[in-house]
Design a protein around this ligand. Structure first.
Ligand SMILES: *Cc1c(COP(=O)(O)O)cnc(C)c1O
Length: 392
């Protein structure tokens, strides 16, 4: 390991040299089936020819000009995002946490400009993850991540996830908005029930609150629809996306209806790198693929196959797997055995996955996988689970 890197991550000793589709190759040339996908970032797998072409073509032309000038690639990406969503306005930034910060600023400013400056608190859910800046950590309220970094940013009230009664009771005259992940990712791959999502919309309408969705992990096609909230048949007032949007190139965005975005006038927010031409070119190329006819229905079909196969696996190895949960291709295995050890054994057997809270193994393959990749992943899971039962 290298002392020059701040040791903030518990890295595995594996180093990868190149990737192709659903596979990564390590520095010894060994091949791994990548069902971690850079934590749901490599939505189109590795080295997707269309993305490589878009990035290299843009790199020959222009890298950065700043937001002092018009941004044709950003205008195009924003227009396409609004055409395929509830939103009318998009702000581009560079990461997920920044996108959530944008949602928080937008909600406060919206209530302020509506004559309610006292409405500056946001209700969030326990088990949430919204990023690692001080304010997004304060929003999620996970004491583990905040320890020693106090004081936290004021203005957040956490309630139990999927409990509409508790949430409703937490609304006060100071509440500006509700911020929720339609599928909690880091928190253990826990989907919000569709009734909970619909209930959130109703509570926001009743009390004049903004509904904010953090779709950084579950959005951009991961659940078989462009946004996970589409499954509930409701729309938020604003949402954040990031991970899958750049397919591996850093980019984030928050988007809002015209009404919710109204206070974000000239000078109200900014980002030096936001809307960078390289990021915008790649984002447009990602949308070319994800929005193509039949792509999302294919994700949905393969997700259902994978789900059934995992259920079958869990039924056969109840000493290893307690529960299958998630949505689309954001799936979690809640484990009986320690998830960290299982992730390590799967990796040794050629399958990359990622741990999540609540002793969960996260499976978030690239959206371009084929049925054969599901077969291969199930085969490796089968081998590791089988060996585990024998060892126990
Ligand atoms: C990853 C993630 C974030 C933070 O994104 P960064 O790019 O790491 O800042 C925020 N919210 C959710 C739901 C995420 O999965």
């Amino acid at each position: 390991m290298n002392d020059a890197l701040m040791p903030t991550y518990a890295r595995s000793p594996y180093a990868f040299e190149r990737g192709e589709g659903a596979y990564l190759y390590d520095t010894d040339g060994r091949r791994y089936l990548d069902f971690a996908a850079g934590i749901a970032v490599n939505a189109l797998g590795h080295s997707h020819p269309h993305l490589v072409q878009a990035l290299t073509a843009q790199a020959q032309k222009l890298w950065h000009v700043s937001n002092l000038y018009r941004a044709p690639e950003a205008e195009r990406l924003a227009t396409r995002l609004t055409e395929h969503s509830f939103a009318d306005r998009v702000f581009f930034c560079n990461s997920g946490a920044e996108a959530v910060e944008g949602l928080i600023k937008l909600a406060r400013r919206y209530q302020h400009d509506a004559g309610h400056p006292e409405r500056n608190r946001i209700i969030t859910c326990q088990g949430a993850f919204h990023g690692r800046t001080l304010t997004t950590l304060s929003a999620a309220g996970n004491p583990k991540y905040l320890a020693g970094f106090g004081p936290a940013t004021e203005g957040f009230d956490q309630v139990a996830f999927n409990n509409l009664n508790e949430l409703r009771a937490a609304v006060s005259g100071q509440t500006a908005a509700i911020l929720v992940e339609p599928v909690q990712g880091e928190g253990g791959v826990r989907p919000a029930s569709l009734d909970f999502l619909r209930g959130l919309r109703a509570v926001c309408d009743e009390f004049g609150l903004l509904l904010l969705f953090d779709e950084i992990q579950c959005g951009v096609g991961r659940t078989g629809k462009f946004f996970a909230h589409e499954w509930a048949g409701i729309t938020p007032d604003a949402a954040a996306i990031a991970k899958g949007l750049g397919g591996g190139f850093p980019v984030g965005a928050f988007m809002a209806t015209e009404k919710a975005a109204a206070p974000m006038s000239a000078g109200s927010h900014g980002s030096t790198f936001g809307g960078n031409p390289l990021a915008m070119a790649v984002g447009n190329a990602v949308l070319d693929v994800i929005l193509a006819d039949g792509f999302l229905s294919g994700v949905d079909r393969r997700a259902r196959i994978f789900w059934d196969r995992l259920q079958d696996l869990a039924a056969r190895y109840p000493h290893v797997i307690a529960e299958v949960r998630g949505a689309g291709l954001l799936l979690g295995l809640r484990c009986v055995a320690p998830n960290g050890e299982l992730v390590a054994q799967l990796r040794e057997n050629g399958l990359l996955t990622a741990p999540a809270a609540d002793n969960v193994i996260r499976l978030m393959p690239p959206l371009i996988i084929e049925d054969s990749h599901i077969d291969e992943a199930i085969g490796i899971l089968e081998r590791v689970c089988g060996a585990w039962v024998k060892a126990a």
